[in-house]
Design a protein around this ligand. Sequence first.
Ligand code: XIL
Length: 455
Amino acid sequence: MKFKNLFNILKVLPLFLLIISCGSEEVNDGPIIIPVAKVQAAFNMSISSTDPNVLLLDNRTVGTGDFTSKWDFGKGGSFVLDQPGIEEVRYDTDGTFSVRLIVENSAGLTVDAKTVIVDSKSGGICPNGVCGSTNSSILKDAAATFFVGNITRSSRVNSGGKHTELLKTYFSSITSEYEMKMDRMHPSEGNFDFTAADAIVNFGVENGINVHGHALIWHNATPDWVKNFSGSDAEFEVMVKNYIVTTVTRYKGKIASWDVVNEAIDDGSGNPLRNSIFKQKMGDDYIKKCYQWAREADPDCLLFYNDYNMASTPSKRAAMFKIVDSLGDLIDGVGAQMHINYNFPSKANIQAVADGTVSRGLKLHFAELDIRANPDNNQTSLTAERANLQKAKFAEVVKIYNSIPLENKYALTVWGLRDNETWLTDFWGHIDWPLMFNEDYSKKPAYDGFIEGLQ
Ligand code: XIL
């Protein structure tokens, strides 16, 4: 019994001592001390819009209480105390600099650092560390054995301006981005509208630029009146024939090539023919008929079949070659849309498109080239790392194209001039930088990649 009491006392003793000690602290000490937290150094930097050699540094340190901030501009001088507002710092010498913001309070210091690359040949400070290309080679001259194409619009060729100047300087072939499709050229029953198409074709002819026709039949640019055609199947076929013959005849001698049918293959299992209105009304044979009519209208025009995911999806590639084989002499070439990513598809799969086309003795059009640098939408700007990977992919694609035999070459068409103009922003709903020129018309590393691929 005695032991049990002692045991109980021992059990509560620590708690008792704790209460005593807490109580004594309250009595003995002065003011309560709240430890000071470190503040987190942070800054934003941008390039002055009026002077490409001036960096704007904005101290965005997070924290409360007293602290001091000082800058190390990475130029070897002493630290500079941060002043209220934006710091403007000139970088006149080429090189790589580490800009640091050092923030200190009584709890210690924190640092934020960013790298700045200055390259006078690229025009000053390189945005996001990505220096533009300073390549003086001109694409269309460097690619001596095939056309280097790009897209255009009637508004651009009509208004001239810097965009069109660049197009003329660097490219030897043009494709209409959307005005030479059925919904534009045959907008209603019995009516054709070739205003925009004429402007583009005439611009090409007047400037000695090759014109590639794109695209006579495409499910995505089929006007509603055709989708809801009211006549019989036989009347539908007459209408399609009339459209193809009228259009191809109009541009006879002016247009070197046409994509007669675009994207006829479904992405689903087994890659069957897409169930377009043309297939529904005219049967699976509709493709052959379209090529026949185009061939009769202009026997000198090169006829292409154009589709996407030719490299990334071997089953779709096989379906495409099956169609092409079934067309025999009615077809001259394969148009492989190259809407690809900086890291996909593999070189081997891109090579397989070239090999399959060459082994059939057909011409190859690497059409619609753009290379996404932000396919997963996890980048807010084009980083130097991505820009270089994109450059390498441009080089890879061009090298594969440039290595095919001369008789199989036709054109490599890039789908857009400047990053801010790409159709991919709308298509995927987020930002990307898939082309070779920046918004300010400067050349990206991707341009170097293109030239590199030619060597
Ligand atoms: C796109 C154009 O870039 C867009 O401006 C237009 O709104 C829709 O068509 N495959 C093709 C091209 O064959 O014609 C498409 O062009 C892109 C996908």
